[in-house]
Each structure stands twice: as C-alpha cells, then as structure tokens.
Ligand binder design. Structure first.
Ligand code: MTE
Ligand code: HPA
Ligand code: MOS
Length: 749
C-alpha cells in the first residue's frame, strides 16, 4: 500500500498548522527571547514593543495563573525565564499582535537590562564543577579491572561527537482556539499530545479535561517535537486563556534554529582491551553528555546511551558511566536514536582505534565479537535471535565483503587524486521505551452503519507513515478493503494518556492496541452473522468483506452484516488497550529485560575523498536490514534511506558551532550544512534480512524509525579509510563530524 499522504504532500494539499484556516480575530504570537546565555534579568523595557501599532498584549510570567513550569521529567524549566536566564534564546515573554510581522517586529524592540554571568558550554567543565542535570549512572557486566590484566592489547583514547539540528521542514508551531467555559482547543505540531495537554493544564492551573489537543500531522519531528513542541503550545494556550481569542505561533526558521534544543553533543574517554584472538574482553568508558540548561529528556537519553554502549557485540566485561552535564546551551533533546547513536559511535571508535593500534582492519574485530543468543548485553538481556551473525552472513553473500575490499584496492592503485575507503557498520537497537510505563497505547474504532470505519490511535503522523500502517492493521484484522478505513486525527479526547510517538514504537504500540479493538469488533460481528445464518460462531469467518460459513461463501455482505448488527443494537465502537508484556528493568541493579525485541542490521559504506580539496562523496551504502516481516516495504525502505542520509549528515557535514558565550554561530542554512542531493549517497541498496519476524512487533513487522540512523556512523570510518589510502600513517580523528575541513587538514598534517 502506498503512503496515504503521498498525493497530498506532492500536490501541496496536506494540512500543517499554518494551513489551518484562521478564525476571525486570530492573534499572532511572537516569542521574546534572551539575548545572552547566562544572567539575571534586572529589568525589561517593553514600552517600544507595546506602543507598536497592532500589538494587543504582552504576556509575561506575571500572567501565569498556574505554575511557571514546563519540565517533564524534572521540574527545572520555566515557561518564561524569571528572573534567571540559563541559555541564549530562552523565552521571556510572548507578544500578541494582529498579524505575524508586527508581532515579530515588536519582539525585536524589547530592551533587556541583564546582569550577565559567565556561561558554561563544555560538558567536561560542567562535570568538573559537578554540575549535573541528574546523578550519573553506570552499567556493569563482569569485572573490567581484572579483565584488563588478561588483555593482549589495551587501547585508550578520547572522542567527541557533535549535536545535530533536527531541521524538520515545518518549524515549531501551534494554533489555539477558545471554546466555551474556558475550554481550549490546541492544534499542535507535537509528537506528544498528552504532554502538551498535561503541561498546559499545569501552567494554566486547570484540569487536563479543559485542554483538547489535536494533531493532524507534523512536517517532520525526528524527536525535536517529543518535548519541545510543548512550550509554544502552552504559550498560545495562555494567550487564548487571557484574551479569549484564537492564537497562532509559528517560529521563523532562524528563531527555531537558535532557541530549540538539538541532539546532545557528547565527549568520551574509553579503554578497550582485546585478547590475542581479537575478542574484546573488556571495555570501559565515560560519557559526558552536554545536556544544556534544563533537564528535558536528558535522563532518558542518558539511559538509552547506556543500553547501546556495546552496539551489536558481546563484551563480557564492561563498565560505562554517563554524566548528564548542565551547560548554558538550549536544553538538548530527543533526536532519532535518542542517545543510542552516541553509544554506538564510541564503540565503533574504540574498535577502529584498536584496529589501528594492532594493525588489522576493523571488520576483523567487528565480525569476531557479534552478539549471539544466550550472551547478554550489560543490562542483562539477551537477544532473542542470532540476527547479528545472520546479518553479517547475508551481507557477505549478497554484497561480498572481500570483493568490495578488492575493488577499493584496485581503485586506489589506479587513482592518485581521489582515494576510496570502505567501512562496515553493524547495528543492534533495542525496541521499547526505556521507561517501562510508557510502553502502552490505546485505540478507538467506530464501524459506521454503512460499513465504513473510523480509527483513532495515539500515534502521531510525522512523515514516517504510521497512519498508513494503522489503516493496514485495521483493514487486515477486519478483513475489509482499505478504502473503507479512515484514519482520524490524533486527539486527546478520543485517545487519552498517550505516550509520545517516539522510540520507534509508534506503529507497534498503537498498532497492537488497534488490533485488539478490531478483533473485539470482529468477534461481535461473527456472533451476529452466526445468528443470521443459523449456525455456530466457530464455523464463521469474515474474509475480504465476505462472510464464510463452514468454508462456503454466504450471500451476506459486509454492509448487510454491519447494518444488521446495528439494528440488533450491537455496539459497533471499541477501545483497545495494549501494554507490552514481559518487559521490566531494575534501576538499582541496572539489570532487567527492558526491550520487547532488538532490530539488527549492517551497512557497508564506500566513500571517495578528493585529495586536493579534502571534499568527499559517499559512493554507496549497502545494507542488510532486519525488518522482521515488513508490512509495508515502500514505507520501511523509505525510512531506512532517510535515516541513513540523516545519520551520514550527523557524522560528516553537519557542524553545530557555539562560541564560548553560548551563541549558536552556524545558525543558518548557509553555515549549517545539511545533506542534499549531492552529499547523499549515490546509491543505497537495501536487502531485507530473511527472517520470521517477531511476535512482539505489529504483524511481525519490526520497528524501523530509528535503528537505521546508526548506519550513517560507518561514513565516518569509510572517509578516514580513504584518507589512509593516501597517507599510510594517518591517525584516526575521533572527533565527529569529519567535515571537509578536517579531512583536508588530516591529509597533510
Ligand atoms: N520519519 C519521518 N519522515 N519524519 C520524522 O519525523 N521521526 C523518526 C522516525 N522516522 C521521523 C521519521 C523518529 S525520531 C522516530 S522515534 C520514529 O520515526 C517515530 O515513529 P514510529 O514510532 O511510528 O516509527
Ligand atoms: N526513546 C524515545 N523517547 C523516549 C524514550 C525512549 O526510550 N523514553 C522516553 N522518551
Ligand atoms: Mo524519536 S528520537 O524517539 O522521537
């Protein structure tokens, strides 16, 4: 089935926040933000802003009826800074005006008097001051201290990886409508409608039921709208609460770039130990996460880093500690992979460094340490499948690792001014929210009198195709034509207490809930059919809209069956609730079974470096990916392709630059390079791992959103492999991204 949004997206008919027709009297909100990264507000002069023609009202912390607090995990983030400033771009007030331009123009006229303080931007500096967002956590397996004594090779090093801007095409935005009795309807571009509802209630000092959040779709989220769509929604709701008018806030791109959090930059120290046979027997590392100025989702991201410190490998002795460091940057947040890419990046860097020191190719170490059934990750869970090894085998059969290496060698022998490099990137990614209670979902299904069907779930469509997948689930379980099914908006009054659509688990959790609801309705319809056909329920099946009685197609149509059920006063609405079974985790022991299952895969990446310019191209990416039994190959392959390009961007050309005062310097698309058609791989070949799928996945089709992002990490090593073909004694640069500048310097250092 084609993505149901493809036509709307291509013709421009799909509706985003800014496309919602405006109610008469709609006010436009502009956010007033701090011009410095750290300090205390002495005074703010709004007179010039206030006297701008068209400005209706200025909303400040003093106008908040509830609490000036939007922190989700830890309550340490104010909606409006008062009086302390913790990052440049921190919201301070909201200007409401009759039109968009006036609002943002007035916001620029606010004059600050701030007692400036020294900002901290480096996570290591914050760690030195013991300035943490939450206490550090450590995962352990075996005993590293004694294991290092047994090692033939021990390699130590440091590394870093930069943050990443989400660059969703639709910037943050919201539209709020006043309703009677002080109720508010919020159209939000959020991955977490319930978070918006809860926190809006908290700030307005009203019960959640007064706030209805509705999400049609997002023009991309990538994690950037898991927590950080909330502030604008709360501000607009506050504006509506105060003025009884509709309020719209759409962040201009440069403001969105400046003030929203990004992927966490990390700094790392590691020691890796191997025996003679290249088995990794010990790995020890410290991870310094740059959390920014407020906690946001950092503790959950910290945790997912720990879950992925050994990537797809079994290492008997491990110690990893993550420090979540408080700095004066915008609070960093969820981004595709959610801390796992950072964990995997360090593992692969340690392997590459070890390979360099020992004088072997990294893939000799990678292959030798892939995790198998029965072996445990440091958190105590074993994979259910031997897929790490199966992936390697299928990759080799399909693409031929030696063959690729030979062709790279030949290329390099024949070319002087360009050099080719190759790297393999195995992955293993745990599926489930790391926080157990979030692994639940609900769905609501109506079968209308005419046989058409309306479905609602807690899943948010952000381009990943979850709406299409939900329609497939309903159509398949009820065994009707998919044209009968309509997917409704995601709305807190129809499906409540939702987890954000995140952790790649949107389709699994909501799909399973939907499956349950549809099965209940189907059972009920079968009873009606049995009565009509004078038989027992177990001789009836519904298939392709036909009622089959003891193997014979009856004359009863789907429409007749539904209408009869209605006339018989049978309920044609159902709710489904799903909670992932068997998962658990003990935070005291840091052991348990947190994941429903794992997703595996491997990419082989070849890159060509221009020896004169230091520029490079990613030639091709070959992938064996574990989709389980994909329920929609077009969508799932699209997810892999998009994720790979995004992952390569993180590792190569996307460079977030902050100065020591906490100002974001690469704050436009001329200085912040995102992958385009030229920097994307020339070819991506995807081969589905032959597999039975996994019962915990919806229709055995495994979660696909985030895992393939990590294939991009291979580009970092492929580029440097090419550099080594030019300069034999080249030493691996462990600071990502490996930008063109770094390549050029590295070639001739
Ligand atoms: N794909 C598109 N096109 N746009 C997005 O914003 N977000 C990614 C991924 N794929 C995203 C995307 C992230 S971060 C996650 S967690 C998953 O989709 C969420 O959706 P799912 O749980 O339905 O896979
Ligand atoms: N992944 C993504 N988002 C989350 C998670 C997670 O594991 N936990 C809380 N939010
Ligand atoms: Mo995705 S980072 O879990 O929204």
């Amino acid at each position: 089935m084609k993505n149901i949004d493809s036509r709307g997206h291509v013709t421009g008919q799909s509706i985003y926040i800014d496309d919602i027709p405006e109610q008469q009297g709609t006010l436009h909100g502009a956010v007033v933000v701090s011009p410095v990264a750290h300090g205390i507000i002495r005074n703010i002069d709004y007179t010039k802003a206030e006297s701008t023609s068209g400005v209706v009202r200025i909303v400040t912390a003093a106008d908040i009826p509830g609490e000036n607090q939007i922190g989700s995990i830890v309550q340490d983030e104010q909606l409006f800074a008062d009086p302390e400033i913790h990052f440049k771009g921190q919201p301070v007030a909201l200007i409401l005006a009759n039109d968009y331009d006036t609002a943002w123009e007035a916001a620029g006229k606010v004059v600050f008097d701030i007692e400036e303080k020294q900002p901290v931007t480096s996570p290591r500096e914050a760690a030195k001051n013991k300035s943490f967002l939450v206490p550090p956590r450590t995962f352990r397996q075996g005993d590293v201290t004694s294991a290092f004594k047994e090692c033939e090779y021990i390699v130590k090093g440091s590394a870093s990886s930069a943050g990443q801007e989400h660059l969703y095409l639709e910037t943050q935005g919201v539209y709020t409508l006043p309703s009677e009795n002080g109720n508010i309807k919020v159209f939000s571009s959020t991955q977490g409608p319930t978070a918006v509802q809860r926190i809006t209630g908290h700030v307005l000092g009203c019960p959640m039921h007064k706030i209805e959040v509705d999400v049609n779709r997002l023009g991309g989220g990538f994690g950037g709208k898991e927590d950080q769509a909330t502030p604008w929604a709360v501000m607009a709701s506050l504006g509506t609460f105060l003025t009884h008018k509709a309020v719209k806030i759409i962040l201009p791109r440069h403001i969105d770039l400046m003030i929203t959090g990004k992927r966490h930059p990390y700094e790392y120290d590691f020691t890796i130990g191997l025996d003679k046979s290249l088995k990794i027997i010990a790995f020890e590392a410290d991870y310094f996460q740059n959390g920014g100025a407020a906690t946001d989702l950092s503790p959950a991201i910290l945790e997912r880093t720990l879950f992925h410190i050994t990537n797809a490998y079994y290492i008997p002795n491990v110690r990893g500690t993550v420090y979540s460091c408080r700095t004066n940057l915008p609070p960093n947040t969820a981004f595709r992979g959610f801390g796992a890419p950072q964990g995997m990046f360090l593992m692969e860097t340690a392997i590459a460094k070890a390979a360099e020191a020992i004088g072997v190719k990294a893939d000799a170490i990678q292959k030798n340490n892939l995790i198998r059934k029965g072996e445990t990750f440091p958190y105590g869970q074993s994979p259910d499948e031997d897929n790490a090894v199966k992936v390697w085998k299928q990759f080799d059969e399909k693409f031929g690792i030696e063959k690729i290496k030979e062709s790279v060698k030949t290329y390099n022998a024949q070319n002087r001014l360009t050099k080719k490099g190759f790297a393999l990137m195995p992955i293993c990614f745990g599926i489930s929210f790391t926080n157990q209670s979030m692994n639940q979902a609900r769905a609501l299904v109506h079968i209308y009198q005419d046989g058409s069907i309306g479905i609602s779930t807690g899943a948010v469509e952000m381009g990943q195709g979850v709406n299409t997948k939900m329609m497939q689930v309903a159509a398949q379980v009820l065994s009707v034509n998919v044209e009968r099914v309509k997917i409704e908006t995601t709305n807190t009054t129809r499906v409540s207490n939702t987890s954000p659509t995140a952790a790649s688990s949107g389709a699994d959790l909501n799909g399973k809930a939907l499956e349950i609801a549809c099965n209940k309705l189907k059972e009920r319809l079968i009873l009606v059919a049995a009565k009509l056909l004078n038989t027992e329920a177990d001789s009836i099946i519904i298939e392709n809209e036909k009622v089959i009685n003891s193997g014979k197609v009856s004359s009863l149509t789907w429409e007749e069956l539904v209408m009869t059920a209605h006339l018989e006063r049978v309920g044609l609405t159902e709710n489904g609730h799903y909670a992932t079974p068997e998962i658990h985790f003990d935070k005291n022991l840091e052991k348990g079974h947190p994941f429903a299952y794992h997703v595996f895969g491997m990419a082989g990446i070849t890159a060509v470096v221009d020896i004169l310019r230091g520029t490079y191209e990613i030639e091709n990416v070959d992938i064996v990916h574990d989709f389980g039994k994909s329920m929609n190959e077009t969508i799932d392959h699209g997810q892999v392709e998009g994720a790979v390009v995004q992952g390569i961007g993180w590792m190569t050309i996307e460079d977030l630059v902050f100065d020591e005062k906490g100002s974001f310097l690469s704050n436009s698309l001329s200085t912040y390079k995102v992958p385009d058609i030229y920097s994307a791989p020339k070819e991506i070949r995807i081969s589905d791992l032959k597999s039975e799928g996994n019962e915990r996945a919806i229709l055995k089709s495994k979660a696909v959103g985030e895992p393939p992002f990590n294939y991009g990490i291979g580009a970092f090593f492929a580029i440097q492999d090419a550099m080594r073909a030019f300069r034999e004694n080249y030493e691996l640069n462990t600071s990502a991204p490996i930008t063109h500048e770094k390549v050029l310097l590295g070639l001739y250092k």
